[in-house]
Design a protein around this ligand. Structure first.
Ligand SMILES: Cc1cc2nc3c(=O)[nH]c(=O)nc-3n(C[C@H](O)[C@H](O)[C@H](O)COP(=O)(O)OP(=O)(O)OC[C@H]3O[C@@H](n4cnc5c(N)ncnc54)[C@H](O)[C@@H]3O)c2cc1C
Length: 291
């Protein structure tokens, strides 16, 4: 095999498509935890309307069959490096593409986890249009008021009925002025629960009604394979150059694992660009060169 791709969400599947179409022998591993799997639809993806995340990935997998890409539904526990390349799940390959994505950590507020991806979301570029001009709550991350304010300001372009709940953080005069300039109201009480409706319950019992709650999240690598392979990480992302090359020769990183803020379509685009670089690097190896 030429390449093992670890991760079969949008980035991994796109990398597999581009490499498969370049006549490379590719094996892709995935354990089914695409980051947006709990969302009802994928938005802001050219050519895609009304598709659930699982449907988009299923269509991608179907497309791969024509190019001989082997797909294995397993979690990769380890990647072994030796002088000839890498061994992944018993398969010897020349290069490894990490498309292992991120997982989101939600604010510590009851009711968020069970509504995540439906009534509770993070990204207005993904889920803002559907609730534009409706009452919206931006729930901040306690202890990071700058970030909370920035997210509320962003959301204010989709609706003029945005309330920022800082969940206990006080704001500076400058922050309050910026919110006022954007028409965003704010509450600084602790949030005790996000419930059906969607209702945001504040300490003391007051309830704010919202069409949707946007939250500030923290992201972590979904897999520790990059770290264990010795790849450099910075700010939680795998460090990679413009061709997706990590600091370890023969190991590449694509999609949100390397660039956390990417929309799904951009994660796929990043993967296509990287796959072209992988193909070119393998060509050099084919001709007797090195990494
Ligand atoms: C709730 C929610 C809704 C979203 N909605 C949108 C939207 O509408 N539009 C949009 O553009 N973006 C949306 N996003 C962002 C979108 O999810 C990401 O841009 C996209 O999923 C990134 O894809 P990826 O391939 O980089 O990684 P991921 O989707 O995170 O996929 C990583 C894959 O790697 C696999 N994996 C990890 N480790 C291993 C291992 N060791 N072995 C095997 N497999 C492994 C996982 O199972 C997973 O399938 C949303 C995000 C969230 C959280």
């Amino acid at each position: 095999m030429d390449v093992a791709i670890i991760g079969g969400s949008v980035a991994g599947l796109q990398a597999a498509l581009t490499l498969g179409r370049a006549c490379r022998r590719v094996v892709l591993f995935d354990d089914g935890r695409a980051r947006n799997r709990m969302a009802s639809h994928v938005h802001n993806f050219l050519g895609v309307e009304d598709l659930a995340p699982g449907e988009l990935l299923a269509a991608g997998r179907k497309q791969l069959a024509a190019y001989g890409v082997e797909v294995r539904d397993v979690r990769v526990e380890d990647v072994i490096a030796d002088d000839d390349g890498y061994v992944v799940d018993g398969e010897r390959v020349r290069a490894v593409v990490l498309a292992t994505g991120l997982r989101d950590e939600l604010p510590d507020v009851p009711g968020l986890a069970e509504r995540w991806g439906q009534d509770v979301v993070a990204c207005p570029h993904c889920h803002g249009w559907e609730v534009r001009d409706h009452p919206l709550v931006q729930l901040g991350w306690r202890g990071a008021p700058d970030r909370s304010v920035a997210r509320a300001l962003l959301l204010s372009r989709w609706s003029d009925q945005v309330i920022l709940c800082t969940d206990g953080d006080e704001l500076t005069d400058a922050q309050e002025l910026r919110l006022a300039a954007a028409g965003v109201k704010f509450r600084t009480e602790r949030v005790t629960e996000v419930g059906v409706g969607v209702e945001v319950r504040l300490v003391g019992g007051e309830v704010l009604g919202a069409r949707r709650v946007f939250v500030v999240v923290r992201q972590r690598q979904q897999s520790d394979l990059a770290e264990r392979l010795g790849c450099q990480l910075a700010d939680g992302a795998i460090v990679a150059d413009g061709g997706g090359r990590t600091t370890v020769p023969g190991v590449y990183a694509v999609g949100t694992a390397a660039a956390p803020a990417l929309l799904a379509v951009a994660a796929a685009g990043h993967a296509a660009t990287t796959a072209v670089a992988v193909h070119n690097d393998l060509l050099e190896l084919d001709l007797g060169g090195g990494w």
